[in-house]
Ligand binder design. Structure first.
Ligand code: PHE
Length: 462
């Protein structure tokens, strides 16, 4: 039945394209912007350890589950779930995995593209040498001025959406695959150059100690939950991006090894960039590693500004972040574009433009959250930007991941799974199934309840 699906004909042309595309999706602002600062805020090494644990116990099993769904359905997440609920005699309810994922992709893209726009602005600053001699307050002003400049934020957001739409409009092979083929090697090369620069000019040893030594007392309940939430976001699981990319994988791919490679590369980039960032931060007197969200846009420019050849390093750094964000944004729209093209026979260019426009429109609200609408509350004290991030990352992703784990764990038979994963009968396969059935859903339920608890308290508390 798989072969006769309309979209089954599209397959990545080259070996390794899925690994590159999935790694491109997972390596993004989550690794470079979010990970170092949440590690910095949650005790460094202790957080890193918990994060790795969460990737192994929750992230990787669900990543594999998404890939299996895509390979079996060979269509967009919505149509995949429609076909698979029929095949497994399950309720049509499961199609919600696809619908929620499409919505979640649009929502993430809206605020992600605005933040990626800041990166474009900082790349430009780096090229112009604007960080030279910058001090803490100068750096704060630079960032505050950017956020206050509504028209510039809108322009940069528009540019990033256009960059995303152009790649997607060209199609799976000519657009996605050929973009990924040059962007990912360039991204890896830039990460390595950055690490070498950090070794030469930064406090590398101190940074390594900070990232990898830990005190048990640093492990708290809350940081464990933050680590788990981040393992979803960083691996791009829970919204169907991997289902969509998985639908284009060739039959003879080594599935288990591929999933491990994606998770390994994603973690390596997060750790490598984290070590480099802290090495630069420790080399600059008076700035602290536990800065919070401003780490990349406020702290790091100060560190770059004081280094020899700092302009070059800063340009390499922000250039790398652009590539990382770009290969993530394309994966946010692929599930819904695939749905429109296969269901309504829409042209790729038309569906890409339409969905890009919807994400752009939502993103206008996200861009205005820092200026004209800074005081507009959408959800309980949150701006539009924060609302999009909260609903997509803390509600839709874990919920999607939960449903994916339950569907693959409980509705698909061992025989069906064995047909998609080349590990039939092995112990890994049994452990994976157990994780999907019990441990991952339980763990997700815990973060889910925890992360919406403050909201429920705010609503019903008084
Ligand atoms: N994984 C991406 C990052 O770390 C974000 C993302 C989430 C992309 C979900 C696609 C889907 O930046």
């Amino acid at each position: 039945m798989n072969q006769e699906h309309k979209l089954g004909a599209v397959t990545w042309a080259k070996r390794g394209s899925f690994i590159l595309a999935a790694t491109g999706s997972s390596v993004g602002l989550g690794n470079i912007w979010k990970f170092p600062y949440i590690a910095g805020q949650n005790g460094g090494g202790a957080f890193v350890l918990m994060y790795i644990g969460m990737v192994l116990l929750v992230g990787i099993p669900i990543l594999l589950a998404e890939l299996v769904l895509g390979r079996r359905g060979r269509a967009s997440p919505i149509n995949t779930m429609r076909a698979l609920s029929r095949e497994t005699h399950s309720s049509r309810f499961w199609t919600i995995i696809g619908w929620m994922g499409a919505l979640c992709g649009l929502m993430i893209l809206s605020f992600y593209s605005v933040a990626a726009g800041w990166v474009l602005a900082y790349f430009d600053h780096a090229l112009r040498g604007d960080f030279r001699g910058l001090d803490g307050s100068g750096s704060l002003t630079l960032f505050a001025n950017l956020l206050a400049n509504r028209d510039l934020l809108l322009l940069l957001h528009t540019v990033f959406i256009l960059m995303t739409v152009v790649v997607l409009a060209l199609g799976v092979k000519k657009g996605l695959e050929s973009a990924i083929r040059w962007m990912m090697p360039s991204l890896f090369a830039l990460v390595i150059v950055l690490l070498v620069a950090a070794m030469i000019e930064g406090e590398f040893a101190q940074s390594l100690r900070y990232m990898f030594s830990f005190k048990l007392s640093d492990i708290t309940w809350e940081s464990a939950l933050i680590a788990m939430g981040h393992s979803f976001f960083t691996l791009s699981v829970g919204m169907g991006a991997i289902i969509a990319y998985g639908a284009y994988t060739p039959r003879d791919m080594s599935v288990g090894r591929t999933v491990l490679a994606v998770a390994f590369l994603d973690t390596c980039v997060a750790l490598g960039v984290g070590v480099a960032i802290f090495a630069f931060v420790f080399a600059t007197p008076g700035i602290s590693p536990s800065q919070g969200p401003g780490l990349m846009f406020v702290t790091l420019p100060v560190a770059f500004g004081g280094l020899p050849a700092g302009d070059v390093i800063a340009s390499i750094f922000f250039g790398m972040v652009i590539l990382a964000a770009w290969t993530s944004t394309i994966s946010l729209l692929e599930p819904s574009i695939a749905y429109l093209t296969e269901t309504f026979k829409m042209h790729r260019a038309a569906s890409s433009a339409l969905l890009g426009f919807i994400a752009w429109l939502l993103g206008v609200g996200a861009a205005l959250s820092f200026n004209d609408w800074a005081h507009v509350e959408i959800l309980w004290g949150k701006t539009f930007f924060d609302t999009m991030d909260f609903v997509a990352s803390n509600i839709l992703l874990p919920l999607g991941g939960l449903l994916i784990a339950l569907f693959v764990g409980w509705r698909m038979s061992a025989q069906q799974l064995n047909q998609e994963v080349d590990l039939a009968g092995s112990r890994i396969m049994r452990i994976w199934r157990l994780l999907l059935r019990y441990l991952s859903p339980l763990a997700i339920l815990i973060i889910f309840v925890y992360s919406i608890l403050p909201v429920l308290q705010a609503v019903f508390g008084e």
